[in-house]
Design a protein around this ligand. Structure first.
Ligand SMILES: [Zn+2]
Length: 75
C-alpha cells in the first residue's frame, strides 16, 4: 500500500506543495529517501501524475516498479 505525501517549500504548508513523493503505508520517509513532515498532506496513490504540482521522478520510478497494476490502471 502506497500513498503520496507532500514536500513543502521553505515557507511550509502555507506556501503550497512543492513536490509529491510516494511513501509506503504510513511512513514519513519517501521511497527516494527524503524525510517528509509526518504532518504533511497525503493523497491516495492513484492520484500520482494527476496533480497540478510536480511529482518526484525517483519516487515515481520506485512506485511503478512496486505497484505496476496500480500504475497501469490510472494511465
Ligand atoms: Zn521522492
Amino acid at each position: 500500500m502506497h500513498q503520496m505525501r507532500a514536500e513543502y517549500g521553505a515557507g511550509g504548508a502555507a506556501e503550497g506543495v512543492r513536490l509529491w513523493h510516494v511513501v509506503r503505508g504510513e511512513e514519513s520517509v519517501a521511497m527516494c529517501g527524503r524525510e517528509l513532515d509526518p504532518q504533511a498532506e497525503v493523497r491516495v496513490a492513484v492520484d500520482w501524475g494527476k496533480t497540478p504540482e510536480l511529482c518526484c521522478h525517483t519516487c515515481g520510478a520506485y512506485f511503478l516498479r512496486e505497484a505496476p497494476y496500480l500504475a497501469a490502471e490510472h494511465q
